[in-house]
Design a protein around this ligand. Structure first.
Ligand code: C5P
Length: 220
């Protein structure tokens, strides 16, 4: 019986949302509590891994053994991941990264000008997970929040990003996902070129995290 199966491994995990400033008081963000990513970090640390957690703004704490790096924007998350990537065995991208950011963040608070509406020009953020997969040095796991055609999108995303595993959850369901403590995840991966799926949960995010951390090394 081995209670530290990940001893000697280095896991890098992203969690939470990224927030992209529009002006000093407003931002663009994704919905994410960070709970799933934090649960995975805790589970990997308990299994003996050295864990680095890069997180956007969330109301969560972690155990002392986890190296936590707090960031705000996708660009900052990307830089933190790049700086921590060397020697990483497994990268788990759990963060809800904003795909776009305002092209310019206004230095001063935007004032209401007329009833004509307001246009904010957006520019694309880097895809952190795709960059990680391109390095070809770590086992890369992504998350997908979908509302329909989950299997189809999951497989397409795996191919497009060049990653090993995609964990999909159905965010159209009210009882799981987002700020809930519970989740149900379909873990998609390829074996001999064929798509495989492993169902985890429904269960507490802490339980899913534990199951995932135990499952992943077996398909590496
Ligand atoms: O492309 P999409 O956002 O649907 O993919 C989700 C997965 O990609 C998640 O694992 C998320 O953490 C990761 N991602 C990323 N950088 C981005 C966008 C998404 O790492 N800019």
């Amino acid at each position: 019986f081995n209670d530290k199966p990940l001893k000697g491994q280095h896991w890098l995990i992203t969690a939470g949302p990224t927030v992209e400033p529009i002006d000093p008081v407003r931002y663009l963000a994704n919905r994410s509590s960070g709970k799933m990513g934090f649960a995975i970090a805790e589970a990997a640390a308990r299994a003996g891994a050295e864990v680095t957690l890069v997180t956007g703004p969330v109301n969560l704490t972690v155990s002392g053994s986890i190296k936590r790096i707090d960031v705000q924007t996708a660009q900052q998350m990307f830089e933190a991941v790049q700086s921590q990537f060397k020697g990483v065995d497994t990268f788990v991208a759990c963060a809800a990264v904003s795909d776009y950011r305002p092209k310019v963040a206004a230095q001063q608070k935007l004032k209401k000008q007329s009833d004509d509406g307001l246009t904010i020009e957006l520019t694309q953020n880097p895809d952190i997970l795709r960059w990680a997969a391109e390095q070809n040095t770590a086992f890369c796991v992504g998350f997908a929040a979908e509302t329909n055609n989950i299997e189809e999108y999951a497989e397409a995303k795996m191919t497009k990003k060049g990653i090993n595993v995609i964990c999909a959850n159905d965010v159209s369901r009210k009882d799981i996902g987002f700020s809930s403590d519970n989740n149900e995840v379909s873990v998609y991966y390829k074996k001999d070129g064929a798509l495989q799926v492993q169902q985890l949960g429904p269960a507490l995010k802490s339980v899913i995290a534990h199951q995932l951390v135990n499952f992943l090394p077996g398909i590496k």
